[in-house]
Design a protein around this ligand. Structure first.
Ligand SMILES: *Cc1c(COP(=O)(O)O)cnc(C)c1O
Length: 716
């Protein structure tokens, strides 16, 4: 008997047959991080619970069932938006039965765990976890010696002078869809094994370890150089490789090396002329689809050439000299530019981001298109809202086909639905508030029993006043803390913020969460400043405005927050938020956004039908891309927020106006759930992949595509 993976043998065979077929009619999706915590989406567990399967007399099967029901739920291999997007995308590919595999890295110490201390701000430490015990993860064993894990050799960068070969085990996470009739395998390279040289192993522990430039560059190699050996070891034949950000672009160098040796013979690749290399590069480009995710400079990899003298081989350095020149810095390689160069399709992640990317890379302007991001609607819809959507025939089949949400506009005038929506919203709000109040109690205890000084002012004041209450207007903000996201924007002038609160006696609860990269000092200062504001805000508002910070932001907290608040706040400096996805998660729950006109919100705002906008909106100038503290437009954009804030509060609290608030909620379902989901996004990508698909799948994709075109200029 073989191992049971959660799908039938038939499904297993058919998926592998597709991925390993000689025609290469599949895609391999390459990403530095993938978010897939099981406490927000776990189809196999759901299936077991739904069918009341609690165990089995078969010893092996029972162990399997127990691990799914009670095993670890976290896979801490993501840091934020990029990884969550990758996970959501793969889930939609699985739902749409599209032949896709993915390659990423396995980080045995995760990203990092966050503790927040009132005095110290963010404190971080390694997140130890055990892939061995994590359900849905399997290590690939050696066919010839099933007792042993399969060992693959990864030549660092070039194919010759292999003095720095690394070795890896392969893990597969099965991203199984809800019908358990298709899956997308996520292949993760695990370099933390004795065969791999210590310096390479050390660089593989933490996602985005930036302790040195060399470690950072090594991580990019671990991903990029590992793709082809991993695919070959498993027999995966995908003709199309999708780079989710440029982190894995070194895969292109392996392909170039391979093609050169095919064409000119094993030993002649050093003799290839520059022109020959360029020609081969153009051939390789035909296999690559690339998505760029940010205009922010820190997101564009540049490495000192000297690092590649140490890491790469002569051949690799030669190709980098041809393809990765940096226009600004002669002593650096620019990997973003290289990724821009070597692909057949470049995608930005929203319409506005397309314009910005075209400005940043004018020489590639023609081929840059937009495919606006989305979120996996099933992952991010709360239980209460799912139950609501299940109850109305207008939204029939929403789990499989989010395009049915367009019918939500027919529910605007349905009083039953409106009441039911309010109940579901209160339920979600109560769940979030229970979590927060439990946290405050726990912090109070911690404060009394340990040296830790918890991050919330509320855990230090009189107990009666200290807690949050359900039904009170709750605003949420949670994302990575980096300066351009301006987490503290609305607190720029606390007096102005609390004015409408005091004047109308409207209580407000504000919930913050998020991590700063451990090396990002200004980001960490922002967290500290949010903690420091709490006291002032509380007193200036006469106790009406309460602000808490939830440490340890992850997918679970994200889901609790996006569903449990009454408004989702987004205040980046325009146009630096290329898309943003947490606002879409709120929309999946009918929660309106209050946002700067940046990223996806330019497309999701719909003239105010779905929420509010504020802040700078004029044309993009070159200074717009600056992250200099003096150019972050704090005063302009916060003033703009204070102007709309009274109206926002009135709509929520004034009974005569409240229906307008509920209209906005419902219009989020109609206009945003239907569009900003990864099913629609995946459909646009599938078109770009040029896959040959069965007619019934093409029909599903056409239906999703018919609702939206992220790039209206695109000739279809
Ligand atoms: C969705 C999500 C993000 C990304 O949110 P943005 O709005 O794109 O910044 C980051 N972290 C977690 C845990 C998330 O769930």
């Amino acid at each position: 008997m073989g191992t049971f993976f959660g799908v039938s043998q038939e499904v297993l065979d058919s998926v592998w047959n597709n991925l390993t077929a000689p025609d290469g009619n599949s895609v391999t999706y390459i990403s530095m991080e993938i978010g897939g915590d099981r406490d927000v989406f776990a189809p196999v567990k759901r299936y077991l619970l739904k069918n009341n399967i609690q165990g089995s007399p078969d010893f092996k099967l029972n162990a399997y069932i127990q691990s799914f029901l009670h095993g670890p739920v976290k896979i801490p291999n993501y840091s934020g938006g990029l990884g969550i997007l990758a996970g959501d995308t793969l889930k939609s590919f699985a739902d749409l039965k599209t032949p896709v595999a993915s390659v990423s890295l396995l980080y045995r110490k995760g990203y990092f765990s966050q503790l927040v201390d009132l005095q110290l701000g963010q404190v971080s430490w390694a997140t130890a976890w055990e892939p061995e015990n994590t359900p849905s993860l399997y290590r690939v064993q050696d066919k010839n010696d099933p007792e042993k894990p399969l060992l693959i050799k990864v030549p660092f960068c070039g194919r010759y002078k292999n003095e720095a070969d690394a070795y890896a085990h392969l893990w597969i996470k099965m991203e199984i869809n809800e019908d358990l009739d298709f899956f997308v395998p996520q292949i993760m390279l695990d370099y933390s094994i004795p065969e791999t040289p210590l310096w390479i192993r050390d660089a593989a522990h933490h996602l985005y370890d930036s302790s040195s430039e060399k470690v950072k560059a090594t991580q990019r190699l671990l991903l990029g150089a590992g793709v082809i050996p991993a695919m070959k070891a498993l027999g995966i034949t995908s003709k199309t490789l999708h780079l989710n950000e440029q982190h894995g672009v070194v895969v292109a160098l392996s392909l170039i090396a391979e093609k050169l040796s095919e064409k000119y013979g094993e030993n002649s690749i050093h003799r290839a002329t520059d022109d020959e290399i360029i020609n081969i590069t153009d051939e390789v480009a035909q296999n690559i689809v690339y998505t760029i995710h940010t205009p922010v400079k820190a997101g564009h990899d540049r490495f000192d050439k000297s690092i590649y003298d140490q890491l790469g081989h002569n051949f690799c350095v030669r190709i980098l000299n041809l393809l990765a020149e940096d226009n600004e810095y002669g002593d650096k390689y620019n990997f973003t530019r290289m990724a821009m160069r070597i692909n057949r399709a470049t995608n930005s992640v929203s319409r506005l981001h397309k314009k910005v990317t075209q400005k940043q890379f004018p020489e590639y302007s023609e081929k840059i298109k937009a495919i606006t991001n989305g979120v996996h609607h099933r992952t991010w819809t709360s239980e209460a809202k799912s139950e609501l959507y299940d109850s109305y025939s207008e939204l029939n089949n929403w789990r499989h086909d989010p395009s049915v949400f367009v019918n939500a506009s027919f529910l605007l005038s349905n009083d039953n639905f409106r009441e039911h929506f309010e109940r579901a919203m209160l339920e979600d709000n109560t769940e979030l508030i229970t979590y927060i109040n439990d946290m405050l109690l726990y912090h109070r205890k911690q404060m009394q029993e340990t040296w830790i000084d918890p991050p919330n002012y509320l855990s230090q004041i009189d107990e009666k006043e200290a807690f949050f209450r359900p039904g009170i207007y709750t605003i949420g903000f949670a994302r990575r803390f980096s300066t351009y996201k301006r987490a503290d924007l609305i607190f720029d002038d606390i007096d102005a913020l609390v004015e409408p609160i005091i004047e109308n006696n409207y209580p407000v609860q504000i919930v913050y969460s998020g991590k700063a990269h451990p090396a990002d000092e200004p980001g960490k200062l922002l967290i500290k400043s949010i903690i420091d504001i709490q006291d002032d805000l509380y007193h200036k508002s006469k106790g009406l405005a309460k602000l808490v910070f939830i440490p340890g932001y992850d997918m679970f907290i994200a889901k609790l927050m996006v569903a449990g608040v009454h408004a989702w706040l987004n205040c980046p400096k325009r146009p630096l938020e290329a898309s943003g996805t947490s606002g879409m998660k709120a929309a999946m729950n009918g929660i309106p956004n209050i946002s700067i006109m940046d990223g996806w919100w330019v497309e999701g705002y719909h003239g105010g039908q779905t929420g509010w906008k504020f802040g700078y909106e004029d044309p993009i100038e070159s200074v717009s891309l600056s992250e200099h503290p003096n150019e972050l437009l704090y005063v302009e954009d916060s003033t703009s927020f204070y102007k709309i804030f009274p109206e926002i509060l009135n709509q929520f609290y004034d009974e005569a106006l409240r229906p307008q608030y509920i209209d906005k909620c419902i219009m989020n379902l109609a206009l945003n759930c239907s569009i900003f989901n990864t099913h629609r996004m995946a459909s646009e990508y599938i078109e770009r992949y040029e896959l040959d698909l069965p007619p019934e799948l093409n029909q599903r994709i056409d239906k999703l595509r018919a609702l939206y075109d992220s790039d209206p200029d695109l000739p279809i």
